[in-house]
Structure formats: structure tokens, C-alpha cells
Design a protein around this ligand. Structure first.
Ligand code: HEM
Length: 182
């Protein structure tokens, strides 16, 4: 994944736990703590190792680490130059959810090696939607939960969010039901 993601993990740890913890995490993973360049690509294993190490250090399930990081990422990436693209996706939560593929396609113009996830966003009933998540990568479903919560906080649109027990379509990694709160 692009270094920008690992830089986000670093910013997340430094903000919540401090620089010393980040240095310890880097030591466990075998990285120097100024390792990442935003626009360079790193093996996915580096990101997964970071998540595993953070999960063990704070005694949190990896799914919880990913969820909290996902929420953090919305604000963090929004502050970067490339993250400004999020605003072009519309001001409204539904427009942003509907625009996730286009957002990552635009990012790909600056990050040609990007292997973005893709999403189908479907209206099921009035104020009830299904978000289907497709990816070559395993185990990041909880991050999507956190990202969607982050978008909901950012746009001020309250939601009830649940991950479906089985994906709504068989080739999706996961699907989520989103109910807009009045
Ligand atoms: C402007 C804001 C955003 C930026 C700059 C951004 C950028 C990125 C980048 C660089 C990656 C790594 C992929 C790679 O290096 O191959 C990624 C992955 C990912 N993005 Fe975004 N993203 C943004 C917003 C979002 C939002 C709002 C969602 C909401 C669901 C999302 C969902 C994901 C997921 C789930 C992945 C993990 C990779 C996978 O599932 O295969 N992103 N994104």
C-alpha cells in the first residue's frame, strides 16, 4: 500500500499514545520510525504487521484497531493535499458513499500503483442503504465500518451501521446496512 496509509497509522498512534509508543511499535516490526514516504509503495505485509503489533500492544482485537483507524483516516486524509478530493465527492454522506469508486479513481491519477477497493452503493428502502465492499485484500472489513462512521461524523449525518452476517452479494468481501437517522 502507499506509504500515505502507513503514515496515517503513525499519526494515529502518535496522536493517541505518543511518539514513544510509535518508536516501540516500529522496533517490534523492524522499521525505523521515519520509514514511510507518502507516495512510495510498500508491501501490504508492512501495514498488516503494524496492525498486528498495535493489536497485541494495546490488547485490542485487530478488528477494533482497524475500525478506530478507519474513523481517524477520514479526518487525517482530508487534511492532506490528495485528501481534498473527498470534498469533490459532495457534502452529503450519501453522495460521498456513492462516489467512493470515483474518489479512488481520481486518487489513482496521482498514485498509479493504487489497488483501490470498490463499492456498490444501493438504496434498499427509504433511508436504508446497502454498501457492498469488494477488494483483493483480506481482513479490512472493520476498517470500512470505521471509515463510514468517520464520513458520517464529518458530514453530520447520523446513521445506524451494521455489517451483514453474510455479504449481500457473494463476490463481496462484506456488505453493510446503513440506516439514516432523522
Ligand atoms: C480522500 C480520502 C481518501 C484517500 C486519499 C484514500 C486513499 C487510499 C489509499 C492510498 C489506499 C491504499 C491502497 C493502495 O495503496 O493500493 C486506500 C485504501 C482503501 N480505501 Fe481509501 N482513501 C480515501 C477515502 C476512503 C474512504 C472515505 C473510504 C470509505 C469506505 C475508503 C476505503 C478504502 C479501503 C477499504 C481501503 C483498503 C484497501 C482495500 O480494501 O483493498 N477510502 N485508500
Amino acid at each position: 500500500m502507499y506509504g500515505m496509509v502507513n503514515q496515517g497509522v503513525r499519526a494515529f498512534i502518535v496522536e493517541y499514545f505518543g511518539q514513544r509508543d510509535w518508536s516501540e511499535i516500529c522496533q517490534s516490526v523492524g522499521l525505523s520510525d521515519d520509514e514511510f514516504e507518502a507516495m512510495a509503495t510498500y508491501p501490504d505485509a508492512v501495514t498488516y504487521d503494524l496492525v498486528k503489533t498495535i493489536s497485541a500492544k494495546y490488547d485490542m482485537p485487530a478488528s477494533q484497531v482497524l475500525e478506530v483507524f478507519g474513523t481517524f483516516w477520514v479526518d487525517y486524509s482530508g487534511q492532506t493535499a490528495i485528501g481534498q478530493l473527498l470534498r469533490f465527492g459532495g457534502n452529503d454522506l450519501l453522495e460521498r458513499l456513492d462516489g467512493l469508486n470515483e474518489l479512488h479513481e481520481r486518487i489513482k491519477l496521482s498514485m498509479p500503483h493504487l489497488k483501490p477497493p470498490s463499492f456498490d452503493f444501493v438504496e434498499l428502502a427509504e433511508n436504508v442503504f446497502s454498501l457492498r465492499y469488494f477488494s483483493d485484500r483480506e481482513g479490512l472489513e472493520s476498517m470500512v465500518m470505521g471509515l463510514v462512521r468517520g464520513l458520517s461524523e464529518q458530514t453530520g449525518q447520523a446513521i445506524e451501521l451494521t455489517q451483514d452476517e453474510t455479504p449481500a452479494v457473494s463476490d463481496a468481501r462484506a456488505s453493510f446496512t446503513i440506516r439514516l437517522q432523522e
